[in-house]
Every structure is written in structure tokens, then in C-alpha cells.
Design a protein around this ligand. Structure first.
Ligand code: ZN
Length: 189
């Protein structure tokens, strides 16, 4: 069994004297006992230093990796949430498109109903106009047929009045002639 060495030998780069340095000083700056030159010493375990560097590099790498994993995880969650939002929005969009189609169809139906009503209204108005024309013509005919007898009646009345006047005139002539003849002793029958 050999005990772990507690010191190692370092050579001063200035005066080239060998120095006994405690292991714990490895990697540290020391002062040479002989020339007081300051330099850094490395013990036999100095390879551990790069190992530690490697270890810390691995540690850093691991940290970086878990940081990236975390970022990756967050990104995936955000992506999943964005995707579910997209699904919701697509569903909503689809509903709105359906609604729009329904409204379009309804509007189209209303337009065609409206057009039918307008056509019907026009047809009825035209029929009414024809009826009015016909009634006007009938009224005119009636008025004309009424005025014709009136005119005839008037003419007949005038004729009657004329005849009565002639009759009265004749009566009066007859009376005066009769009295004249009576005066002459002639009696008329
Ligand atoms: Zn020295």
C-alpha cells in the first residue's frame, strides 16, 4: 500500500530550481523560494483540470440541452394550442359560411317571391285598367243611349206642342167662322 502523495515537484521556469509544492496548490500561482518568480504550477493531477472542464462543458451542454428541450416543449405546446385555435376558427368559419349560404338562398327565394308578387300586381293592375276602360265605354254607351230617347222625347214634345197650337188655332178659326155663319143664319154641325 502506498499513501497518496501530498506534494509534487515543480520546476521554477525562471531559476530552474525544483520546488516541493503541496498538491492543493496545483493550478495556482506560486512564488519561487529562490528567485521569487511568480508562476502557475500544475500537479500530476493537472489532467483532471481538462477533465473538469470537459465535465463542466458536459454539464453546460446538458443545461443547454435541457433549456432547448424546455424551449422545444414550450414551442410544441404553443403549436398545439395554435392548432386547436385554428380548428375552432375553422369550425366557426364553416358555420358562418353555412349561415351565409342559408341567408343567400332565403334572400333569393324572397326576391323571386317579390318578383312574382310584382308581376301579379302588374297583371292585376292591367286587368283593372282594362275593366276601367270597358266600364268607361259602357258608361259612355249608356249615356249616349240615354241622351237619344231624351232628344226623341224632346222632339216629340215639341211636335205635340206644335200640334196643340195648330189645333187651338183651328178651334179658334172654327169658332169665329161658326159665329160668323150663325150671324148669317147658317148652322154648322
Ligand atoms: Zn526561481
Amino acid at each position: 500500500m502506498s499513501a497518496m502523495p501530498s506534494h509534487f515537484e515543480a520546476v521554477c521556469p525562471n531559476c530552474l530550481v525544483g520546488l516541493r509544492v503541496p498538491l492543493s496548490y496545483s493550478g495556482c500561482n506560486v512564488l519561487c523560494n529562490h528567485c521569487e518568480h511568480k508562476f502557475r504550477v500544475f500537479g500530476p493531477d493537472h489532467l483532471a483540470t481538462p477533465n473538469r472542464t470537459l465535465a463542466s462543458a458536459e454539464q453546460a451542454h446538458g443545461d443547454e440541452r435541457s433549456r432547448l428541450d424546455e424551449q422545444h416543449h414550450q414551442a410544441r405546446e404553443e403549436l398545439e394550442s395554435a392548432r386547436s385555435e385554428i380548428r375552432v376558427l375553422q369550425a366557426r368559419l364553416s358555420e358562418l359560411l353555412d349561415l351565409r349560404d342559408q341567408l343567400k338562398a332565403e334572400l333569393e327565394a324572397q326576391r323571386s317571391r317579390h318578383a312574382e308578387q310584382i308581376a301579379e300586381h302588374h297583371a292585376r293592375a292591367e286587368a283593372n285598367a282594362h275593366l276601367v276602360e270597358r266600364l268607361k265605354a259602357e258608361i259612355l254607351t249608356i249615356a249616349q243611349s240615354r241622351s237619344a230617347p231624351d232628344a226623341d222625347l224632346e222632339a216629340a214634345r215639341e211636335e205635340i206642342a206644335d200640334l196643340r197650337a195648330k189645333l187651338a188655332d183651328t178651334e179658334s178659326t172654327k169658332r169665329s167662322m161658326s159665329s160668323l155663319l150663325e150671324g148669317m143664319g147658317i148652322r154648322l154641325h
